[in-house]
Design a protein around this ligand. Structure first.
Ligand code: NI
Length: 234
């Protein structure tokens, strides 16, 4: 967790600096911030799943990496402790509908219920909060009213298709850049292994793994309800 603490120290420093008009601190204060910080977000859909998600959480904790989990409501029963652990360990927890329905073209009442049921399950476990939505398959009707920010992605290695760790790692390292939002699924052992290899490789390149909400705020983007975000730049 030290990386995260350092990150917030930097953020607090920046906020102080900004509040002071950027002039009150000594000239070398800015130089104490990491030279070229690159931020990136890993997102995991379709879980939680006992064996794979738990291993992923262990690996992320060892590496001081944060991630965002979009959970399928009906998968939560029996894995409540994993969901609580996600939140306790600084990950962002979001909504991926109750039964992984296609929201694009869905009957509005059904779509709303699918979102609401998972929201209620998360509120019961983690308390009142804003649980961002990732629509399954990335699509939702434009006129559907959603009360939270929505998250798509900018890097998709199609891990569900290949189920091949090396191929997934290679695809992500090829396409990833600062402020990317990477789509993975923590229900496959191959994807969990790939994710941890990706964290190791990109941390060596100076990347910090943050939640989607942190990524947006680090870019000065204020997340708004009903808006779909594809990368840290918006
Ligand atoms: Ni999904």
């Amino acid at each position: 967790m030290w990386k995260k603490q350092l990150l917030f120290l930097c953020l607090a420093g920046l906020a102080l600096w900004a509040a002071a008009g950027g002039e009150a601190l000594p000239a070398d204060a800015a130089a104490e911030l990491p030279a070229e910080v690159k931020y990136i977000a890993l997102t995991f859909d379709d879980g939680p799943r006992r064996d794979t998600t738990e291993k992923l959480l262990d690996g992320l904790r060892e590496r001081g990496a944060s991630a965002t989990f979009f959970l399928v409501g009906e998968e939560i029963a029996g894995s409540e402790d994993l969901v609580e652990r996600m939140a306790a360990e600084g990950h962002q927890v979001g909504n991926h509908t109750w039964s992984h329905v296609r929201l694009g073209g869905a009957v509005p009442e059904t779509a709303a219920q699918e979102i609401r049921m998972t929201e209620e399950a998360l509120e019961e476990l983690l308390g009142e909060g804003e649980y961002w939505l990732r629509p399954p398959y990335g699509f939702i009707d434009a006129d559907m009213e959603v009360g939270v920010p929505m998250v798509k992605w900018s890097v998709d290695p199609r891990d569900w298709e290949s189920r091949d760790t090396a191929q997934v790692v290679q695809a992500v390292l090829r396409d990833a850049g600062p402020n990317a939002i990477i789509l993975l699924h923590d229900i496959y052992p191959s994807s969990v292994e790939a994710a941890l290899q990706i964290v190791d490789a990109l941390e060596r390149e100076g990347y910090w793994f943050v939640t989607v909400e942190e990524l947006l705020r680090l870019n000065g983007v204020t997340p708004e309800p009903g808006v779909m975000y594809r990368s840290g730049r918006g």
